[in-house]
Design a protein around this ligand. Structure first.
Ligand SMILES: [Fe+2]
Ligand SMILES: [Fe+2]
Length: 260
């Protein structure tokens, strides 16, 4: 099983970068599954039906989200009815959308779980207990499992990697928009990376126009943020796993996109 997991797609520039680079990446690596974090797809914050459809059209089998899942209220009914999109599983029960789904490709069935960290982020329940519940709900329904651990603190993400080692094919971090250099297969057979990074403009500050971010840091005034467009990159990882669900390899992919 080969899985290409793409870090947070930021705004139109991120969606265009994904659409531009994904065909060649799929041709080269032939992944069975492409999963994309889309929590910043719509104008840099949140997702809408249209922006999600852009990501599916680019070649994604599933979309994961994060702390910006509920930014656009008009997307709530879409989150409820679209089976291929997940928001953090440890958000309140009954809130829009779902936290666990299964997508299929040939004989393979990939369970996709989205979790939110609780250090510097809000969630209704512990991501650790929620991960256990998600795996129980997937028993017998998935040949492989991917967990997108959407969290701020590196410690919480590393801890989740160890918590899930040997029980999922991949535990991959998102949210900080900065790729970390620690991608590896843990001893139990779980592919792990603290943060995959973002698919968006490196010329800004984690996606925001740098002069606007700097003005806020320098003056502490309320500055309106817009998505930067300079120097777009795609950040992803490619995971390979055997039929037993255990990962054998994880490779980081950091690719420059077409200039804006
Ligand atoms: Fe993000
Ligand atoms: Fe986030």
């Amino acid at each position: 099983m080969k899985l290409l997991f793409v870090g947070d797609v930021v705004g139109g520039v991120g969606r265009r970068t994904l659409a531009a680079l994904l065909p060649a990446l799929r041709e080269r690596h032939e992944p069975d599954f492409v999963v994309v974090n889309g929590e910043n797809a719509a104008g840099g914050v949140g997702i809408t039906e249209k922006t999600a459809e852009d990501i599916f059209e680019a070649g994604a089998h599933a979309i994961t989200l994060g702390n910006h899942a509920y930014r656009h209220t008009e997307a709530y009914s879409y989150l409820d009815r679209e089976e291929r999109i997940v928001r953090p599983a440890n958000y309140p029960m009954g809130s829009p959308g779902k936290g666990v789904t299964v997508v299929e490709s040939g004989d393979l069935a990939l369970g996709v779980v989205n979790l939110s960290g609780t250090v510097f982020l809000d969630a209704a329940r512990s991501p650790f207990a929620e991960a256990d519940a998600a795996l129980a709900s997937l028993r017998g329904r998935a040949t492989h499992v991917l967990v997108d651990m959407h969290a701020e603190a590196t410690s919480e993400k590393v801890a989740m990697g160890w918590h899930l080692d040997g029980r999922v094919s991949a535990c991959l971090g998102t949210h900080t928009h900065i790729p970390t250099a620690d991608a590896r297969v843990l001893p139990g057979g779980t592919a792990y990376c603290t943060d995959v990074g973002m698919t968006g403009p490196r010329g800004g500050v984690i996606g925001v126009r740098r002069e606007q971010s700097l003005e806020r840091f320098l003056t502490m005034t309320n500055v309106r943020y817009e998505v930067a467009d300079e120097d777009p990159w795609l950040n992803a990882v490619l995971v390979e796993a055997g039929s037993d669900g255990r990962a054998t390899d994880i490779t980081q992919i950091l690719a420059p996109g077409p200039s804006a």
